[in-house]
Ligand binder design. Sequence first.
Ligand SMILES: Nc1nc2c(ncn2[C@@H]2O[C@H](COP(=O)(O)OP(=O)(O)OP(=O)(O)O)[C@@H](O)[C@H]2O)c(=O)[nH]1
Ligand SMILES: [Mg+2]
Length: 299
Amino acid sequence: MGLFEKIRTGLSKTRKSFTGLLDSFTGANDEFFDELEESLILADMGAELAVSTVDELRERAKHEGLHGGDEIRAALKESLTAALAEAGDTRLRLETTPSVILVIGVNGVGKTTTIGKLAARFTGEGKKVLLCAGDTFRAAAAEQLGIWAQRAGAELVRHEEGSDPGAVVFDGIAAAKARGTDVLICDTAGRLHNKANLMNELSKISRIIDRELPGCSRENLLVLDAGTGQNGLIQARQFSQSAGVTGLVLTKLDGTAKGGIAFAVNRELGIPVKFIGVGEQADDLLEFDPDAFVEALLS
Ligand SMILES: Nc1nc2c(ncn2[C@@H]2O[C@H](COP(=O)(O)OP(=O)(O)OP(=O)(O)O)[C@@H](O)[C@H]2O)c(=O)[nH]1
Ligand SMILES: [Mg+2]
């Protein structure tokens, strides 16, 4: 399957809610625009963006005399692509050796799976990758990461279950320096005894990386399950405060009709989406391309 087909397939549930509607467009009428606004909101694009997008489209349709599904689709595509372009660079910045990727997010969103996919991508590019099992809380978390490491041909640093995650990260950094690792990817817990604990722990890990690797290229990737909708925005705000977030990974787009959350997080938090997850396999992580994403959503 080509890359674009993968995105298209991944977004098929979200797309279904638009396509019939767009094809039914015969010229500016209020009912059409009300329905379009509703379907954008249902796709979790965020009410504000949905309303402004549809207002703009309504004006254009009137002034330019847009007619038919293809014309309205092209106009909508322009607005949505522009909306995604605002949050900044969607590529990872990994310029130093080692570079660090800290992967954070609530439990079950797909952090460990995303790390496995990233590891496979980097080793495939010939990079030396080290995975650091910073989730010492959940039973078998390190084993799960170990399986991905093995599959990807990456190395692994882990401690006993229940040990201090800061110490694992410290050791991971030391190993990365000693072994000439290109990319060190740190897994973290999604849940501790309580939320304050989790946020404190992430701040601590973050400080250790700053201290031990000053000036290194560093990405803090927040993983969000695309299906959690607007709740994802709340999570993104909280994690931004404790660790800083340089990019988002939107997972499980393949299983949701709410792919519009990509727009909401971009707009409301100014954090770019950098990857999307469209399945459980190693090659089901795609670089986020705003043009292709919107094309796949509407075509
Ligand atoms: N369909 C689909 N499933 C995914 C995707 N990403 C992850 N998953 C699945 O989501 C489940 C949870 O993934 P994990 O990677 O264990 O999530 P986590 O964030 O590490 O969870 P904790 O370690 O408990 O915090 C697994 O069954 C994954 O296979 C995706 O893009 N699409
Ligand atoms: Mg995990």
